[in-house]
Ligand binder design. Structure first.
Ligand SMILES: [Zn+2]
Length: 291
């Protein structure tokens, strides 16, 4: 339905800015080698075939259809299986090499989430695939601290959070509805279900506004917002982008790249302010790129 150029334009441009900053300061951005990636992909496939359950049309027709729908939205012969494993944690992950990948989703998501919310989660994972996020071994670098300066770690951590905003846009593209994307995010962060979607939207808006106000007014000691700053920001990034992403999905003429880059600048400003002195903590990420 969409060419690769269209999808690429959805990438949160702050992601690319951070990689440019990284290159300027430290030389080339470390990329995973092809053979290393191939080995990881194969090892992960073996683990999934051994320890998880593959979602097939026969086993889970609804989920399988939603996953295939998302793949067809992306266009471009992406080939990847979907696996489910038992876990109460609302999370999913993916590892990709080019167009080959496997998505793993925890059973709690399949049991508890509405179909349109699942579309968002699966689309988010596929977003990491189309934007080739797995080629940056950020998680490995951050967990193996040898030779990583604080500034380097901070840049990589910021990139990692920015990559979530990019992936969310593909999630939004797959679900086609802001409310489903937002309630999926809300349920993931709060663990609460059955809350009216208007209340959820109001809650996120208010929390984002408070966060923004706090950042603008107070330069130091905003430690309270550092704990889980991403959810209201991911919400805001989606709310601002929603009309454009949905019109892209419907292939109407409402899409404006210019407006889109302005949204990027607004979200990047908030992330910059938050990340200025935030300590790297890869454990905070939800819907990760690597298992
Ligand atoms: Zn993610």
């Amino acid at each position: 339905m969409f060419g690769q150029t269209d999808i690429e334009s959805l990438r949160f441009s702050y992601e690319s800015d951070l990689l440019k900053t990284f290159s300027a300061k430290f030389g080339a951005v470390p990329l995973r080698g092809y053979y290393e990636a191939q080995n990881l992909l194969e090892a992960r496939k073996r683990d999934l075939l051994g320890d998880a359950v593959r979602v097939t049309e026969d086993l889970l027709p609804d989920v399988h259809k939603v996953y295939q729908d998302c793949l067809s939205v992306l266009e471009g012969n992406y080939a990847g299986d979907l696996f489910v494993r038992q876990s109460k944690e609302y999370n999913a992950s993916v590892f990709a090499l080019g167009r080959k990948f496997d998505v793993l989703i925890n059973s709690a998501l399949l049991n508890d989430f509405a179909i349109d919310e699942l579309r968002f989660v699966l689309g988010h994972e596929l977003g990491h695939v189309v934007f080739k996020h797995s080629q940056f071994p950020v998680h490995d670098i951050l967990t193996d601290n040898d030779g990583v300066s604080a500034e380097m770690a901070s840049l990589l951590f910021r990139w990692s959070r920015a990559s979530e905003v990019s992936a969310d846009r593909v999630g939004l593209l797959c679900t086609g509805k802001l409310t489903s994307a937002v309630t999926a995010l809300f349920r993931t962060s709060s663990g609460l279900s059955d809350i009216d979607e208007n209340r959820v939207l109001r809650s996120f808006r208010k929390q984002y506004d408070d966060l923004e106000k706090h950042i603008r007014e107070i330069d130091d000691s905003h430690s309270w917002i550092r704990t889980h700053p991403m959810m209201p920001i991911r919400f805001k990034a989606m709310e601002l982008a929603a009309l454009d992403v949905v019109s892209l999905r419907q292939q109407s003429r409402g899409f404006s790249w210019k407006g889109f880059r302005a949204i990027d600048r607004q979200i990047a400003f908030i992330l910059e302010a938050l990340d200025a002195d935030a300590a790297p903590s890869p454990g905070q990420l939800t819907f990760s790129t690597v298992a």
